[in-house]
Ligand binder design. Structure first.
Ligand code: C2E
Ligand code: MG
Ligand code: MG
Ligand code: MG
Length: 288
């Protein structure tokens, strides 16, 4: 019986490899068309100030609805775009779209954009950033680029040069998914990151695990002492919100406040003012 199971598993493995190959191929051909053909969309998710309830920033999140395959998550198509050498064109598009949206928002709400490691190795990135700022009229301080720890695996010096150039232009830098990657605290010394975003997996665990609570508190203390803003991502429950507050995080982001929403909807959310409950001692309630 064990043998039969093994054979079945092997057969389904081969099948899924073939399927996967076909899917990757379809995504590759589709991506070239998608970028020019308007199939890519940006959604925006609020990043909320924990004290005032105001929207400090919004994160731009890429969406692709494939005409045949349906919605494809960015975690699947972005690595493929990187492999095809298309990521810089895609990043350029995201930068222009997101900065144009942010320039229309009231106040000085920032826009946060995810930058993949491959983009940081390209010297096209600073030029794309400058073009997006000039076209939109957005100020550099309103643009924050989110990078992950994995960028530091590249020791060619190119990533370092691009990061310095972006800081020289006046952009803000955020370290995303902090605590899961190739974590080394020395990055926090070498670069002045403006914002630290703790990985969602820690917030997901705070209600059940003392270990996750300890890590969240430690990161909150560290970031405060280094004068960095701190974002607790993936906040879905009041309990998680309470832990983020207790750990001294400055900002929160998650479905409890809002899912990623289209450009029109985010403008309404920003215009509506502080999310409810901000002035109260009790935790904030989700906005609808
Ligand atoms: P990320 O930058 O860490 O983005 C946060 C992810 O968490 C997003 O997933 C967001 O939709 C999701 N999220 C937000 N609040 C909650 C919550 O309360 N609960 C849960 N379970 N999830 C929540 P998404 O949009 O699927 O993006 C996944 C990743 O893809 C992003 O992780 C980012 O690394 C990458 N990505 C997205 N857009 C872009 C882009 O324009 N360029 C690049 N290079 N990467 C992107
Ligand atoms: Mg603030
Ligand atoms: Mg991000
Ligand atoms: Mg993240």
């Amino acid at each position: 019986e064990a043998k039969g199971q093994g054979r079945n598993r092997a057969a389904s493995f081969n099948w899924s490899l073939k399927e996967r190959f076909n899917r990757v191929h379809e995504i590759e051909t589709g991506l070239r068309r998608a970028l020019d053909g308007g199939e890519l969309k940006l959604l925006f998710q609020p990043i909320v100030d924990l004290e005032s309830g105001r929207i400090d920033a919004c994160e731009a999140l890429l969406r692709w609805d494939h005409p045949v395959l349906g919605p494809i998550p960015p975690s699947e198509f972005i690595p493929i775009a990187e492999g095809m050498g298309m990521i810089e064109a895609m990043t350029g598009w995201v930068l222009r779209e997101a900065c144009a949206a942010a320039a229309s928002w009231p106040g000085d709400v920032r826009i946060a954009i995810n930058i993949s490691p491959a983009s940081l190795k390209s010297n096209e990135l600073p030029a794309n950033v400058i073009a997006a700022l000039l076209e939109s009229g957005l100020s550099a301080r309103q643009l924050e680029l989110e990078v992950t720890e994995s960028i530091f695996l590249d020791d060619s010096g190119q990533t370092n040069a691009v990061l310095r150039e972006l800081q020289r232009i006046g952009l803000r830098l955020a370290l995303d998914d902090f605590g899961t990657g190739y974590s080394s605290l020395s990055y926090l010394r070498s670069y002045r990151f403006d914002t630290l975003k703790i990985d969602q997996s820690f917030m997901a665990g705070v209600s059940a695990n003392a270990e996750d609570r300890a890590i969240v508190r430690a990161i909150g203390n560290l970031a405060r002492d280094l004068a960095m803003d701190t974002v607790a991502e993936g906040i879905e429950t009041q309990d998680q919100l309470a832990h983020a507050r207790e750990a001294g995080f400055t900002n929160v982001q998650g479905y409890l406040f809002s899912r990623p929403v289209p450009r029109d909807r985010i403008a309404d959310l920003i215009a509506a003012g502080p999310l409810e409950g901000a002035e109260r001692p009790e935790p904030m309630r989700p906005s609808r």
